[in-house]
Design a protein around this ligand. Structure first.
Ligand code: NAP
Length: 306
Protein backbone atom coordinates (compact mmCIF):
# COMPACT_ATOMS: atom_id res chain seq x y z
CA UNK A 1 0.00 0.00 0.00
CA UNK A 2 1.43 3.44 -0.84
CA UNK A 3 2.03 5.97 1.91
CA UNK A 4 -0.59 8.72 1.86
CA UNK A 5 0.94 12.16 2.38
CA UNK A 6 -1.71 13.55 4.68
CA UNK A 7 -2.01 17.33 4.33
CA UNK A 8 -4.72 17.67 6.95
CA UNK A 9 -2.52 16.08 9.61
CA UNK A 10 0.51 18.23 8.70
CA UNK A 11 -1.67 21.36 8.64
CA UNK A 12 -2.94 20.56 12.14
CA UNK A 13 0.64 20.05 13.37
CA UNK A 14 1.79 23.36 11.87
CA UNK A 15 -1.17 25.29 13.28
CA UNK A 16 -0.76 23.78 16.75
CA UNK A 17 2.94 24.77 16.70
CA UNK A 18 1.94 28.33 15.79
CA UNK A 19 -0.57 28.70 18.65
CA UNK A 20 1.95 29.28 21.47
CA UNK A 21 3.92 31.68 19.25
CA UNK A 22 0.77 33.73 18.59
CA UNK A 23 -0.05 33.65 22.32
CA UNK A 24 3.45 34.88 23.20
CA UNK A 25 3.18 37.74 20.70
CA UNK A 26 -0.25 38.68 22.05
CA UNK A 27 1.03 38.62 25.63
CA UNK A 28 4.29 40.53 25.13
CA UNK A 29 3.71 42.65 22.03
CA UNK A 30 0.37 42.49 20.22
CA UNK A 31 -1.45 39.86 18.14
CA UNK A 32 -0.10 39.36 14.62
CA UNK A 33 -2.08 41.23 11.94
CA UNK A 34 -2.89 40.15 8.39
CA UNK A 35 -4.55 42.40 5.78
CA UNK A 36 -6.11 40.75 2.73
CA UNK A 37 -7.02 42.72 -0.38
CA UNK A 38 -9.82 41.00 -2.27
CA UNK A 39 -10.60 42.98 -5.41
CA UNK A 40 -13.82 42.30 -7.30
CA UNK A 41 -15.98 39.20 -7.17
CA UNK A 42 -14.14 36.05 -8.12
CA UNK A 43 -16.07 33.14 -6.59
CA UNK A 44 -12.96 31.00 -6.00
CA UNK A 45 -11.05 33.91 -4.44
CA UNK A 46 -13.94 34.72 -2.13
CA UNK A 47 -13.91 31.14 -0.78
CA UNK A 48 -10.12 31.18 -0.33
CA UNK A 49 -10.24 34.51 1.50
CA UNK A 50 -13.06 33.34 3.76
CA UNK A 51 -10.97 30.30 4.71
CA UNK A 52 -7.92 32.48 5.35
CA UNK A 53 -9.92 34.79 7.62
CA UNK A 54 -11.32 31.80 9.51
CA UNK A 55 -7.83 30.36 9.99
CA UNK A 56 -6.72 33.74 11.42
CA UNK A 57 -9.64 33.77 13.85
CA UNK A 58 -8.89 30.23 15.03
CA UNK A 59 -5.27 31.13 15.74
CA UNK A 60 -5.81 34.56 17.28
CA UNK A 61 -4.35 36.50 14.35
CA UNK A 62 -6.08 39.83 13.76
CA UNK A 63 -7.30 40.00 10.18
CA UNK A 64 -8.95 42.61 8.01
CA UNK A 65 -10.25 42.28 4.47
CA UNK A 66 -10.33 45.19 2.03
CA UNK A 67 -12.80 44.69 -0.81
CA UNK A 68 -12.34 47.20 -3.62
CA UNK A 69 -14.81 46.81 -6.53
CA UNK A 70 -14.21 45.03 -9.86
CA UNK A 71 -13.55 48.42 -11.43
CA UNK A 72 -10.57 49.19 -9.16
CA UNK A 73 -7.53 50.67 -10.93
CA UNK A 74 -3.87 49.85 -10.53
CA UNK A 75 -3.27 53.28 -8.98
CA UNK A 76 -6.03 52.76 -6.41
CA UNK A 77 -4.61 49.40 -5.39
CA UNK A 78 -1.12 50.88 -5.18
CA UNK A 79 -2.55 53.51 -2.81
CA UNK A 80 -4.16 50.82 -0.62
CA UNK A 81 -0.96 48.81 -0.48
CA UNK A 82 1.04 51.94 0.44
CA UNK A 83 -1.32 52.60 3.37
CA UNK A 84 -1.04 49.02 4.59
CA UNK A 85 2.76 49.17 4.25
CA UNK A 86 2.77 52.21 6.54
CA UNK A 87 0.62 50.68 9.31
CA UNK A 88 2.82 49.05 11.96
CA UNK A 89 0.07 46.75 13.26
CA UNK A 90 -0.25 45.12 9.82
CA UNK A 91 2.46 42.44 9.73
CA UNK A 92 1.35 40.72 6.56
CA UNK A 93 -0.30 41.88 3.34
CA UNK A 94 -1.87 39.48 0.90
CA UNK A 95 -3.27 40.67 -2.41
CA UNK A 96 -5.53 37.86 -3.56
CA UNK A 97 -4.87 36.82 -7.16
CA UNK A 98 -6.18 36.93 -9.83
CA UNK A 99 -6.80 40.68 -9.89
CA UNK A 100 -9.36 42.23 -12.25
CA UNK A 101 -8.12 42.28 -15.84
CA UNK A 102 -7.39 46.03 -16.04
CA UNK A 103 -5.01 45.88 -13.05
CA UNK A 104 -1.25 45.47 -13.51
CA UNK A 105 -0.93 42.67 -10.97
CA UNK A 106 2.88 42.51 -11.00
CA UNK A 107 3.13 46.23 -10.13
CA UNK A 108 0.73 45.79 -7.23
CA UNK A 109 2.58 42.76 -5.84
CA UNK A 110 5.92 44.57 -6.24
CA UNK A 111 4.54 47.51 -4.21
CA UNK A 112 4.07 45.37 -1.07
CA UNK A 113 6.84 45.94 1.49
CA UNK A 114 8.98 42.78 1.12
CA UNK A 115 8.93 42.19 4.91
CA UNK A 116 5.10 42.13 4.81
CA UNK A 117 4.88 39.97 1.67
CA UNK A 118 3.45 36.87 3.37
CA UNK A 119 2.63 35.30 0.00
CA UNK A 120 6.35 35.27 -0.86
CA UNK A 121 5.72 36.59 -4.37
CA UNK A 122 7.54 39.94 -4.23
CA UNK A 123 10.54 40.02 -6.60
CA UNK A 124 12.85 40.62 -3.59
CA UNK A 125 11.57 37.49 -1.91
CA UNK A 126 11.86 35.48 -5.10
CA UNK A 127 15.47 36.73 -5.19
CA UNK A 128 15.90 35.68 -1.55
CA UNK A 129 14.57 32.24 -2.43
CA UNK A 130 16.89 31.82 -5.41
CA UNK A 131 19.88 33.04 -3.37
CA UNK A 132 18.95 30.82 -0.41
CA UNK A 133 18.55 33.89 1.83
CA UNK A 134 15.90 34.20 4.58
CA UNK A 135 12.52 35.65 3.64
CA UNK A 136 8.91 34.59 3.29
CA UNK A 137 8.51 31.67 0.89
CA UNK A 138 5.51 31.18 -1.40
CA UNK A 139 2.89 29.33 0.63
CA UNK A 140 1.96 26.33 -1.53
CA UNK A 141 5.60 25.42 -2.33
CA UNK A 142 6.58 25.86 1.33
CA UNK A 143 3.67 23.57 2.26
CA UNK A 144 4.89 20.94 -0.19
CA UNK A 145 8.29 20.90 1.52
CA UNK A 146 6.61 20.49 4.92
CA UNK A 147 4.51 17.65 3.55
CA UNK A 148 7.59 15.79 2.28
CA UNK A 149 9.77 16.43 5.33
CA UNK A 150 7.15 15.65 7.94
CA UNK A 151 6.45 12.32 6.23
CA UNK A 152 10.15 11.47 6.26
CA UNK A 153 10.53 11.51 2.46
CA UNK A 154 14.21 11.77 1.51
CA UNK A 155 14.94 14.74 -0.76
CA UNK A 156 18.74 15.10 -0.78
CA UNK A 157 20.26 13.28 -3.73
CA UNK A 158 16.87 12.41 -5.22
CA UNK A 159 15.82 13.25 -8.76
CA UNK A 160 12.89 15.66 -8.59
CA UNK A 161 10.81 16.52 -11.65
CA UNK A 162 8.48 19.53 -11.41
CA UNK A 163 5.82 19.81 -14.11
CA UNK A 164 4.68 23.46 -14.31
CA UNK A 165 6.78 26.63 -14.15
CA UNK A 166 4.38 29.19 -12.67
CA UNK A 167 5.70 31.92 -10.36
CA UNK A 168 3.28 30.74 -7.67
CA UNK A 169 4.05 27.01 -7.61
CA UNK A 170 6.40 25.48 -10.18
CA UNK A 171 9.41 27.82 -10.00
CA UNK A 172 9.50 28.28 -6.21
CA UNK A 173 9.01 24.58 -5.45
CA UNK A 174 11.84 23.73 -7.85
CA UNK A 175 14.20 26.09 -5.97
CA UNK A 176 13.09 24.81 -2.57
CA UNK A 177 13.82 21.24 -3.69
CA UNK A 178 17.17 22.35 -5.12
CA UNK A 179 18.12 23.93 -1.79
CA UNK A 180 17.28 20.59 -0.16
CA UNK A 181 19.87 19.05 -2.53
CA UNK A 182 17.52 17.32 -4.96
CA UNK A 183 18.57 17.18 -8.61
CA UNK A 184 15.74 19.16 -10.16
CA UNK A 185 14.27 19.17 -13.66
CA UNK A 186 11.58 21.74 -14.45
CA UNK A 187 9.08 20.90 -17.20
CA UNK A 188 6.36 22.85 -19.00
CA UNK A 189 4.08 22.76 -22.01
CA UNK A 190 7.00 22.76 -24.48
CA UNK A 191 8.90 19.90 -22.84
CA UNK A 192 9.40 17.12 -25.35
CA UNK A 193 8.52 13.58 -24.30
CA UNK A 194 7.25 14.70 -20.92
CA UNK A 195 6.31 11.16 -19.89
CA UNK A 196 9.91 9.96 -20.34
CA UNK A 197 11.24 12.88 -18.26
CA UNK A 198 8.67 12.21 -15.54
CA UNK A 199 9.62 8.53 -15.41
CA UNK A 200 13.12 9.63 -14.29
CA UNK A 201 11.65 11.13 -11.12
CA UNK A 202 12.09 9.88 -7.58
CA UNK A 203 9.88 12.82 -6.58
CA UNK A 204 7.33 14.10 -9.11
CA UNK A 205 5.50 17.39 -8.50
CA UNK A 206 2.52 18.03 -10.79
CA UNK A 207 1.44 21.70 -10.87
CA UNK A 208 -0.23 21.91 -14.25
CA UNK A 209 -3.94 22.61 -13.87
CA UNK A 210 -5.05 19.73 -16.17
CA UNK A 211 -7.37 17.12 -14.74
CA UNK A 212 -5.67 13.73 -14.25
CA UNK A 213 -3.14 14.44 -17.02
CA UNK A 214 -0.35 12.49 -15.32
CA UNK A 215 -1.29 8.88 -15.98
CA UNK A 216 0.54 5.62 -15.36
CA UNK A 217 2.91 6.06 -18.30
CA UNK A 218 4.43 9.11 -16.53
CA UNK A 219 5.08 7.22 -13.28
CA UNK A 220 7.94 4.94 -12.44
CA UNK A 221 7.13 2.37 -9.73
CA UNK A 222 8.11 3.62 -6.26
CA UNK A 223 7.93 7.33 -7.12
CA UNK A 224 6.75 9.92 -4.58
CA UNK A 225 4.05 12.07 -6.18
CA UNK A 226 2.95 15.52 -5.07
CA UNK A 227 -0.28 16.48 -6.81
CA UNK A 228 -0.82 20.25 -6.61
CA UNK A 229 -3.67 20.34 -9.13
CA UNK A 230 -7.14 21.47 -8.08
CA UNK A 231 -9.43 20.87 -11.04
CA UNK A 232 -13.18 21.00 -10.72
CA UNK A 233 -14.94 18.52 -13.00
CA UNK A 234 -18.37 19.73 -14.10
CA UNK A 235 -18.99 17.05 -16.70
CA UNK A 236 -20.50 13.74 -15.59
CA UNK A 237 -18.83 11.81 -18.42
CA UNK A 238 -15.43 13.09 -17.37
CA UNK A 239 -16.09 12.17 -13.73
CA UNK A 240 -17.12 8.67 -14.84
CA UNK A 241 -14.01 8.28 -17.03
CA UNK A 242 -11.43 9.62 -14.58
CA UNK A 243 -12.91 7.86 -11.55
CA UNK A 244 -13.65 4.59 -13.42
CA UNK A 245 -17.39 4.83 -12.74
CA UNK A 246 -16.82 5.00 -8.96
CA UNK A 247 -20.32 5.01 -7.40
CA UNK A 248 -19.11 7.31 -4.58
CA UNK A 249 -17.69 9.91 -6.95
CA UNK A 250 -20.73 9.78 -9.20
CA UNK A 251 -22.98 10.21 -6.16
CA UNK A 252 -20.84 13.18 -5.03
CA UNK A 253 -21.19 14.66 -8.51
CA UNK A 254 -24.99 14.23 -8.48
CA UNK A 255 -25.12 15.89 -5.06
CA UNK A 256 -22.71 18.81 -5.62
CA UNK A 257 -22.71 19.26 -9.40
CA UNK A 258 -18.92 18.93 -9.52
CA UNK A 259 -16.03 16.83 -8.25
CA UNK A 260 -12.46 17.84 -7.48
CA UNK A 261 -9.54 16.04 -9.11
CA UNK A 262 -5.82 16.70 -9.18
CA UNK A 263 -3.39 16.73 -12.08
CA UNK A 264 -2.56 13.08 -11.47
CA UNK A 265 -4.72 10.08 -12.32
CA UNK A 266 -6.01 8.98 -8.90
CA UNK A 267 -6.04 5.25 -9.71
CA UNK A 268 -2.71 5.04 -11.53
CA UNK A 269 -0.90 6.90 -8.76
CA UNK A 270 -2.33 4.60 -6.09
CA UNK A 271 -1.09 1.63 -8.12
CA UNK A 272 2.43 2.84 -8.91
CA UNK A 273 3.60 5.36 -6.30
CA UNK A 274 5.35 4.53 -3.02
CA UNK A 275 3.89 7.73 -1.56
CA UNK A 276 1.49 10.36 -2.84
CA UNK A 277 -0.55 13.37 -1.82
CA UNK A 278 -4.27 12.87 -2.49
CA UNK A 279 -6.67 15.48 -3.88
CA UNK A 280 -8.39 16.69 -1.79
CA UNK A 281 -6.50 16.40 1.49
CA UNK A 282 -2.91 16.62 0.28
CA UNK A 283 -1.28 19.92 -0.67
CA UNK A 284 -4.47 22.00 -0.44
CA UNK A 285 -4.73 22.31 3.37
CA UNK A 286 -1.09 23.44 3.65
CA UNK A 287 -1.33 26.67 1.68
CA UNK A 288 -3.30 28.48 4.38
CA UNK A 289 -1.20 26.93 7.16
CA UNK A 290 1.95 28.35 5.55
CA UNK A 291 0.27 31.74 5.14
CA UNK A 292 -0.37 31.71 8.87
CA UNK A 293 3.24 30.66 9.50
CA UNK A 294 4.56 33.50 7.31
CA UNK A 295 2.31 36.00 9.11
CA UNK A 296 3.46 34.86 12.55
CA UNK A 297 7.11 34.98 11.44
CA UNK A 298 6.60 38.52 10.08
CA UNK A 299 5.07 39.62 13.39
CA UNK A 300 7.95 38.05 15.32
CA UNK A 301 10.44 39.93 13.16
CA UNK A 302 8.44 43.11 13.79
CA UNK A 303 8.58 42.46 17.53
CA UNK A 304 12.31 41.87 17.35
CA UNK A 305 11.78 38.28 18.46
CA UNK A 306 13.87 36.80 15.65
P1 NAP B 1 -0.49 27.97 -14.14
O1 NAP B 1 0.03 29.31 -13.75
O2 NAP B 1 -1.59 27.86 -15.14
O3 NAP B 1 0.75 27.13 -14.68
C1 NAP B 1 0.57 25.85 -15.25
C2 NAP B 1 1.89 25.32 -15.71
O4 NAP B 1 1.64 24.03 -16.28
C3 NAP B 1 2.55 26.17 -16.78
O5 NAP B 1 3.93 26.30 -16.51
C4 NAP B 1 2.31 25.38 -18.06
O6 NAP B 1 3.37 25.46 -18.99
C5 NAP B 1 2.26 23.95 -17.55
N1 NAP B 1 1.47 23.11 -18.45
C6 NAP B 1 0.22 23.35 -18.92
N2 NAP B 1 -0.15 22.37 -19.76
C7 NAP B 1 0.89 21.51 -19.82
C8 NAP B 1 1.13 20.30 -20.50
N3 NAP B 1 0.21 19.76 -21.33
N4 NAP B 1 2.32 19.69 -20.35
C9 NAP B 1 3.26 20.21 -19.53
N5 NAP B 1 3.10 21.34 -18.83
C10 NAP B 1 1.93 21.98 -18.98
O7 NAP B 1 -0.97 27.13 -12.88
P2 NAP B 1 -0.53 27.21 -11.32
O8 NAP B 1 -1.01 28.46 -10.72
O9 NAP B 1 0.90 26.84 -11.17
O10 NAP B 1 -1.43 26.03 -10.74
C11 NAP B 1 -1.29 24.70 -11.17
C12 NAP B 1 -2.35 23.84 -10.52
O11 NAP B 1 -2.17 23.89 -9.11
C13 NAP B 1 -3.78 24.33 -10.76
O12 NAP B 1 -4.63 23.19 -10.81
C14 NAP B 1 -4.10 25.13 -9.51
O13 NAP B 1 -5.48 25.17 -9.21
C15 NAP B 1 -3.35 24.34 -8.48
N6 NAP B 1 -2.96 25.11 -7.29
C16 NAP B 1 -3.25 24.58 -6.10
C17 NAP B 1 -2.90 25.24 -4.94
C18 NAP B 1 -3.20 24.62 -3.63
O14 NAP B 1 -3.28 25.30 -2.62
N7 NAP B 1 -3.36 23.30 -3.58
C19 NAP B 1 -2.26 26.47 -5.01
C20 NAP B 1 -1.93 27.00 -6.26
C21 NAP B 1 -2.29 26.29 -7.40
P3 NAP B 1 3.75 26.83 -19.79
O15 NAP B 1 4.47 27.67 -18.77
O16 NAP B 1 4.61 26.35 -20.88
O17 NAP B 1 2.45 27.42 -20.22
Amino acid sequence: MPQILDGNRVRDQILSELKPRVAALAAHFRPPGLAVVLAGHDAGSEIYVRNKVRACQDLGIRSETLTPPDSVTTEELLGMVAELNARPEVDGILVQLPLPRQVEAKRVVAAIAPAKDVDGLHPCNIGNLVAGMPGPRACTPAGILELLKRHGIRIAGQRAVVVGRSDIVGKPVAFLLLHEHATVTMCHSRTTDLAAVCRQADILVAAIGRAAMITGEYLTPGVTVIDVGMNRLNDRGEVARIFRNSPQKLAAFEKNGSVLVGDVDPFDVAEKAAAYSPVPGGVGPLTIAMLMANTVAAAERGAGAC
